[in-house]
Every structure is written in structure tokens, then in C-alpha cells.
Design a protein around this ligand. Sequence first.
Ligand code: ADP
Length: 475
Amino acid sequence: MNILFAASEIFPYAKTGGLADVAFALPETLRKQGEKVYTIMPLYNQVNRDKFDIVYNGLTFDYWLYGVRHQFDVFENKNNPEELFIYNPILCDRWGLYHDDFGDFGDNALRFGLFSYGVLEVMIRMKLKIDVVHVNDWQTALIPLLMKTRYNLKQKTVLTIHNMAYQGIFPKKVMDELEIDWNSCFKFDGLEYFDNVNFLKAGIFFSDNVTTVSQTYAQEIQTPAFGETLDDTLRVNSYKLKGIVNGISVEVFNPMKDEYIDKNFSIKTYEGKSINKTSLCKELGFKEEQRPLFIFIGRFTSQKGVDLILEAINLFKSYEANFVILGSGEDIYNHMFGNLVGVYENIHVKIGYDEAFSRKLYASADFLLMPSLFEPCGLNQMIAMQYGVLPIVSKTGGLKDTVLDFTDIKNIEDSKLGLGITFDEYNLFWFNHALAKAFSLFGNKTKFEKISKHNMSIDNSWIHSASEYLNLYKS
Ligand code: ADP
């Protein structure tokens, strides 16, 4: 099969969240299984062309929209020409992918509309033989609409929704800027949305298949509580909606090879994990390193349960445990977590995005805190388990599909899922109850270690899910 996989961010070139990890690992796995997969993303200013050997591939073209000329230059990775990049000044010349400190860029509709046109023009001009065009989230969700209403292209289209909370909603005047056909598109079963336009909605109606990143989330988003106002759209399209759980790259997130961590380790060399913990505790000035170490890593947004974490700080400070919080996001949360920097000796807070530090945390921690309000799939819990960490998660979306509570199974080794602690109700009482379970389990060293090693043995790779995608492409 020949697949064109379009995404607005791909690891390691640009990453703001899980989409980048998926857009790297799924194509990579499919390639290993013998498929031809082209990936294509914007060549933002911040992508390091030298470091990654990204070179101009000789193709430059103009595309006129609404009387304006837009120039596109195409680049590729010198070591893998199937990795393509599009440069256009409006799309790429700015700091930040979707927003800066003042909010979302005002021309995001144009930027990602241009990217969508660019992707199709590259496919046509490079004469790529493609069977399936796989698009991701609102940034590329216009592609199936353009294929059907403007280009008359027949390739199969698949849209993956990584998070319903981000839909790409814009005033309807962008229809003209992007020369989208009013008659065939500005309607309920198109991109019309309360007299505005909604790119994700367009993707849902115009794609042949829609997937989302876990089975539970695929059910949840068809209800008003999780559908972010598109639950009716999803119910209408439920015949083509499927949940396929994400995997993680076990090459990238591998405690045996991870170059960011102090001591590489495996189930056989498990002692390495405590060496990492000791050195991290030293580095952060934690006094009692034999205490359990809890970590939180993620975007500071209500989705990730940061309100619960903030509520729980008063408990954390009095517990005989160490806590590390790494993240950044919405101003209000940056500010509130910023106020906690250096305040409590058992709570270390770091505001920012730091890949290296995150790996050290995974390698050292005993428990990962992930009390999400909703979670399409979540990668942190799977990454954490690779490093022998026990996730403490709310029972929602992909967290429900990937983590089993250790008290829900008799024999640890019988569990196909990784084990941790799960709680049903999103509130401080049940979160604290989960912490209490963690303390009690940590007191039983033998059992704790058995579960930790079990988690390291679980297959959270892309192998199974990539095959599911392949079946979908072929269907
Ligand atoms: P999201 O909803 O943000 O996509 P996921 O759990 O799907 O959440 O993926 C998050 C990815 O981003 C993981 O690889 C995680 O380790 C990483 N990550 C999130 N925040 C940070 C941070 N502040 N520093 C380093 N890595 C981070």
C-alpha cells in the first residue's frame, strides 16, 4: 500500500504533544511492515534543517487563491526522501506552531488551508502513487473536502481525531480566502458550524473513514459530555468511526537505549532504575530518596487534570513522598504552578517543555500522576510503563483501555494490560484515595517491583494498531 500521511507536527522535527509522536511512530511501523509511507508536514522556522539533514528537493510552485499568489517550496529528509516538508512563508515564518504568548495566530485558517492545498499539489506534482491519504486533526482535515469538491481525487481518505477539544473553528469569510465551494460545503453535512466554519467537522463528513485514538474515546465522543458539540455529527457518522488505540515508539522510549537517562536499565538490570532515582533526587535536592517518587508530565490545561493536582498540593506537601511536576500551557496554570517553584522541599516544579528532563523523570519515578478530566488516548501512561512506572489514572478514554487497576486482577502476570491505580470519579477524594492505595502498595516492595517489571514487559508498541490501520486502509 502507498500511503500519504499528513500532519501538522511530527517527532522529532516539531512537537507540541502526542500527535507528533503518533505521526512519527505509526508511519515508521508501517514502513517496517513493508508499506510505502510518505509523511508530510510544514517546514516551520523552528525545525532544525541542518541537524536533521532536511534539503530542498527541487520543487517550487505557485498556487493562486482569491487573487493572491502563494509560493511553496518542497523539502525532504536527505536520509529518507519519503519524509516531505512544505515551506510557505505564511505557514512557516513565525515562532510557535499554532499560537504565541498572545493567543492563537489570527490567520490559522489560511495557514493550514494553504498547507492542505500544498499537500495535494505536492502529491500531484511529484506524481506520487498514493492509495490512501491519511490526515490528522483539524489542521489537515480540509484535505478530504478539497479532494472531493475541488480536485476530484479518488484516493481513499482517513481522518484521525487525536483530540475533539481542538476543531479549527473560524469565521465563514475564510471560505472565500480558501476558495472553498459554498454550495457543496457550507451545510450541516459539511463544514458549516453555527454560521462559522469548522475544519474538523468537514473532515468527519468528507473522509471515507474516521478513527480516534482509543475505543473508549470513540464511544465517549458520541455523547454530549465528550463530543465538544460535535457528538451529533459523530453519531450521524458512527458507521465509519472506529477507535484504534495508539502505541508508542519502543525505539524512542526504551530504558535500555535512552541517551537522556543516567543509567540504562531493563527488567534484568532493574537496579539501574534506583540509580536513576538516586541521582535525580540528588539533583533536585530531595532529602529522602527512599520515599516514593510521583511525577506529573503534561500540558497545563484542564484536560490533564491540573486543577486536581493544584487542589492536591496541600496534601502532597504533608506526604512522605517526593513530587515532580513538569509542564507548561495556559497562562493561568503557568502562573499558579510558577508560584510553587521552590516553595516546598518535597515538591519540585519545572515550567516548560523539556524532553531530556521528562525521560529522567520516567526513568526514576515510582508513580505517574495522570488524573485527566478526559483523555483521547494518552501516551504518558504507556511511556511511563516502559520505564517501570505505575500510572495513577482516572478511568476515562484511552487511560481506561491501557491501564488496569492492580487490585482488579488476581495474578499480575495474567494481565495483558499494564497495571496501575485507576479511579472513577474526577474529584479530590477519589484522587487522594488512589494516592493512599499507591502508598500502601509501595510499602510492599516485592509486589511493587513485580508490577513495575510487569509494566516493562507489556507490549505498548505500534505493531497491533498499525495492522488495524492497514486493514482499514485496505477495506
Ligand atoms: P497530549 O494530549 O499533550 O497530546 P499525550 O499523552 O498524548 O498528550 O502526549 C504527550 C507527549 O508529550 C508525551 O510524549 C509526553 O512525554 C510529552 N510531554 C508533554 N509535556 C511535556 C513537557 N513539559 N516536557 C516534555 N515532554 C512533555
